[in-house]
Design a protein around this ligand. Structure first.
Ligand code: 5GP
Length: 344
């Protein structure tokens, strides 16, 4: 047994230190980024925020809304040719849509079918809860061999060594985060995890050294956390809970005590397993929660709020664009993030 003594940090453990700046208005801050990916050599431009491939979030309605801001939606694994064929805006929005697959044989077959029909998709997200298995790396290699010009997202991992391993196995973008998610119970069920800000900082450093990119996936609770992820070096930030509860996610609205709610659940929760796989296998336990989130109407307002916060973070630290945010970032460690007198 070994203990690593070095302190690792979450978003709530730090704040940005404000810096002198020549920026006169947050309106002038440019949130657009252009990336060229390591293997696919594809170029993408937009605001690098992504919707997670979770039910109620990784949906085509969300893709419509996010695409208007050139933001990406990772569709859930349940999107097959049949579902996609009914989507009217596919030709318009495909550049900002990622297909998701697991590592089962059926997943690869579904991907082949989709790409045979719609070869224009550019992003493939190979997504497992634990990206540390050898089987995962060899599956990734197979997808890379078959699809050399697709931009491959692979995860999830939380350490530099495995970020490098996935990149060397063919990932253009590594997805970072084990256990920080709003409806994730991995840390309770398994005791496994890594504080998210440190994971982002360490994995970004490893990926950038190899000319690849990372996504900070999970754990953002407010616009300030999204800014901290970018400040820590994330190239993309993926949101689940912050995008849940909106009309575009097409979840059922339930009324209770005069308020409206929408059900939201983890991809490995009982609810998701029952819905998509007819229940949990006997050797597995649920690692996700089912919650009710307050109904929040149109996602447009939530997006504006996040982007407004992000622009403001940039002005506070003197970054004229999102690209410069991490260079302008000095974090101060804190013991209290905000005054919660009026927060229940
Ligand atoms: P959030 O933005 O809600 O904090 O985190 C979203 C991320 O949580 C997803 O992108 C995914 O990586 C992770 N996640 C989603 N469902 C589950 C689950 O059931 N269990 C675990 N461990 N993580 C989940």
């Amino acid at each position: 047994m070994r203990i690593e003594e070095e302190l690792k940090l979450d978003y709530s453990d730090v704040l940005f230190r404000p810096k002198r700046s020549t920026l006169s208005s947050r309106k002038d801050v440019d949130l657009n980024r252009t990336y060229k990916f390591k293997y696919s050599r594809n170029e993408w431009s937009g605001i690098p925020i992504m919707a997670a491939n979770m039910d109620g979030v990784g949906e085509l309605g969300i893709a419509d809304a996010l695409s208007t801001n050139e933001m990406i939606t990772c569709l859930t694994k349940q999107h097959d040719v049949k579902k996609l064929s009914k989507y009217k805006n596919l030709k318009k929005n495909y550049k900002n849509i990622a297909l998701s697959i697991g590592i089962k044989k059926e997943d690869f077959e579904n991907l082949d079918k989709i790409l045979k029909e719609y070869s224009f998709f550019k992003f493939i997200c190979i997504d497992v809860a634990n990206g540390y298995s050898e089987h995962f790396s060899s599956f990734l290699k197979k997808v890379r061999d078959k699809y050399p010009t697709k931009t491959l997202i692979a995860g999830n991992v939380v350490t530099a060594d495995m970020t490098q391993e996935l990149i060397l196995s063919g990932a253009d973008i590594v997805k970072v985060g084990i256990g920080p998610g709003s409806v994730c119970t991995t840390r309770i069920q398994t005791g496994v995890g890594y504080p998210q800000l440190s994971a982002v900082i360490e994995c970004a450093d490893a990926a950038h050294g190899l000319g690849a990119h990372i996504i900070a996936d999970g754990g953002c609770t407010c616009p300030g956390d999204v800014a901290k992820a970018f400040g820590g070096g994330a190239d993309f930030v993926m949101l689940g809970g912050m995008f849940a509860g909106h009309d575009e996610g097409s979840g059922k609205i339930v009324k209770s005590n005069g308020s409206k709610y929408i059900e939201f659940y983890g991809s490995s929760s009982d609810t998701a397993n029952k819905k998509h796989y007819g229940g949990l296998s006997s050797y597995r336990s649920s690692e996700g929660r089912t919650v009710r989130v307050k109904y929040r109407g149109k996602i447009k307002d939530t997006i504006l709020n996040i982007l407004g916060g992000l622009r403001s973070s940039c002005t506070y630290v003197g970054a004229p664009s999102l690209k410069q945010l991490s260079k302008c970032t000095t974090f101060v460690r804190v013991t209290k993030q905000f005054n919660d007198t009026f927060v229940k």
